[in-house]
Design a protein around this ligand. Structure first.
Ligand SMILES: Cc1cc2nc3c(=O)[nH]c(=O)nc-3n(C[C@H](O)[C@H](O)[C@H](O)COP(=O)(O)OP(=O)(O)OC[C@H]3O[C@@H](n4cnc5c(N)ncnc54)[C@H](O)[C@@H]3O)c2cc1C
Length: 289
């Protein structure tokens, strides 16, 4: 039987209350959201927080709403809500693609987008999705909030720019004209973590790719975005040749390692193939005209 180390438990009633608790309890306190990443780590003694601050009562952080030209997602929004959101599907179908292949219903019913991003597991799917969509992250502390992009948020494996007495509260996605997006994942069995996965988002201007994002999962612990592949697409016509060049760039810039899920070379091949597939499908989804 796996048993966590002893810990004290607090239940926050508001974001301010959670931040005050984190501040008072110090760096050995951790927020717990869905618990699907933190509890297994505690049971394996890979994490041993002295205090858990439960934020499951913060219902005001569970939403998907539009605000002007932005779509805003609260940090406590569950995977299942993301999967079922039609509003999100219209602007960012990449979320439904990814959620369909994340874990299983019990995990999706409980796990949150905030927990997934803050866990910063290199094989995690929503970080790649948010990187592709150029998401902005709202981090709140006792002195106010700051907004960072994914490159700044994601410091490396299991590390983010969220400080000890801070919380991720919101994910913001800019809604731009003529969007298309898609997520492609190879897994060993249904609901498993990615062997490799690629998310692509494009925004079109006439027949050119005005802007794009390519997010990578399980393709290198410090490689969340395929910047060179993006450069090969940006401003270019949406042709097979452009897509082929972008796939090759992703192949070269990813940094996968050999592990129980596959060899580094196999994963590199997946980076190439999945980038092409994700970009192609994203382009197919761009509204005409
Ligand atoms: C069997 C299984 C299969 C899975 N398969 C996949 C998969 O295929 N793909 C995938 O991407 N994920 C997978 N997951 C992970 C799942 O998506 C988790 O729900 C998610 O990673 C963490 O979300 P959570 O709400 O449970 O976070 P928690 O476990 O509660 O927290 C995770 C970390 O984030 C911190 N945290 C949580 N919320 C905040 C916040 N608002 N502000 C600051 N810090 C915060 C916590 O302190 C903790 O350090 C799987 C999990 C399980 C158990």
């Amino acid at each position: 039987m796996q048993v966590p180390a002893p810990f004290e438990y607090e239940r926050a009633i508001s974001v301010d209350d959670a931040l005050a608790l984190l501040d008072r309890l110090g760096p050995e306190a951790r927020v717990i959201a869905g618990g699907h990443s933190l509890l297994p780590m505690m049971k394996l003694r890979l994490a041993a927080p002295e205090h858990l601050v439960d934020i499951n009562d913060l219902r005001d952080l569970d939403y998907i709403r539009t605000n002007g030209s932005e779509m805003r997602i609260g940090a406590m929004t569950r995977h299942r809500t993301l999967l079922e959101s039609d509003a999100l599907e219209v602007q960012f179908p990449i979320f439904r693609d990814a959620e369909q292949v994340i874990a299983d219903p019990p995990v999706r019913n409980r796990g949150t987008i905030g927990g997934a991003l803050c866990q910063a597991d290199p094989s995690e799917d929503l970080s790649a999705v948010c990187a592709a969509c150029h998401a902005k992250l709202v981090i709140r502390g006792l002195d106010g909030e700051r907004v960072v992009d994914m490159d700044e948020f994601h410091k490396g494996p299991y590390e983010t720019s969220v400080g000890p007495a801070e919380m991720l509260t919101e994910i913001r996605l800019e809604m731009r004209p003529r969007p298309g997006s898609a997520y492609e994942k190879v897994e060993r069995r249904a609901g498993d973590w990615a062997v490799a996965a690629v998310g692509a988002a494009v925004w079109m201007d006439e027949d050119r790719i005005a802007d794009c994002g390519i997010g990578l999962s399980a393709l290198g612990s410090n490689v969340l975005r395929a910047h060179r592949a993006e450069e090969e697409l940006r401003g270019k016509p949406a042709t097979d040749e452009t897509i082929e060049i972008a796939g090759r760039a992703a192949y070269e810039e990813c940094e996968p390692v050999t592990d129980q899920r596959g060899s580094a070379e196999y994963k590199r091949h997946l980076a190439y193939e999945l980038t092409k597939r994700a970009v192609r499908r994203a382009l197919e989804r761009v509204p005409r005209g």
